[in-house]
Design a protein around this ligand. Structure first.
Ligand code: FMN
Length: 187
């Protein structure tokens, strides 16, 4: 934490610093990848398939239609593409279009157990997190990661007791207060 940020995977490459690492990573993505590739992977991989990075209901439906068991609603933690919407904002529309045909994992911005409860209340099967565990790892190694998981679990338990819900499947959209259009307009 006291030294400059470095990306171990790119130590040997010419990419240095945030901007050039981001530019280098962008060159590793294949922009011609499309749904035919998903179909091909589905054909070859017989285990469970989850497609990550879904932010649009049409893409969520397409992923499930092609045989994926789950979609991971995610903008990769907001570290890739400027202006992509937060996963939580697009989650309810994706839940509506999937309609129980597959699992929906909310990824990004989960910092507390309550964030997972909000995702489940809005219809997700589960919440996922990246940086929470990374920070646990940085602070305390494997034990730190275990502690981060434990903190999330305790926060979920505590919040469920406070809102009077004893099982995750009792959470409904009514447990989350969503801004009305007029409140949004005032912002
Ligand atoms: C250090 C780091 C490396 C990551 N590498 C990948 C990756 O290779 N592929 C990927 O799909 N997402 C990657 N992610 C994104 C995470 O899987 C996840 O989408 C994101 O961290 C969720 O947001 P959160 O950190 O707010 O929980 C990475 C995240 C971090 C922090």
């Amino acid at each position: 934490m006291r030294s400059p940020i470095r990306f171990g995977n790119f130590d040997q490459s010419a990419a240095k610093g945030f901007t050039s690492v981001a530019q280098h990573v962008a060159t590793l993505f294949d922009p011609s990848a499309n749904w035919d590739d998903v179909a091909r992977i589905r054909d070859r991989w017989k285990g469970p398939l989850a497609i990550k990075g879904i932010l649009h209901p049409d893409d969520a439906a397409k992923a499930i239609d092609l045989g994926a068991e789950a979609v991971i609603v995610s903008n990769h933690g907001g570290r890739q593409l400027d202006h992509s919407p937060p996963a939580l904002v697009v989650l309810p529309d994706i839940v509506d279009v999937i309609g129980g045909r597959g699992e929906i994992i909310l990824d990004g911005g989960v910092r507390r157990g309550t964030d997972i409860l909000k995702a489940i209340a809005l219809g997700a099967t589960a919440g996922a997190s990246g940086r929470t565990f990374l920070w646990g790892l940085a602070a305390g190694g494997e034990a730190g990661v275990r502690r981060a998981i434990e903190i999330l679990r305790l926060e979920m338990d505590n919040a469920m007791a406070l809102i009077g819900v004893s099982a995750l499947n009792a959470l409904t959209r009514d447990h989350v207060r969503r801004k009305s259009a007029s409140e949004n307009a005032r912002l």
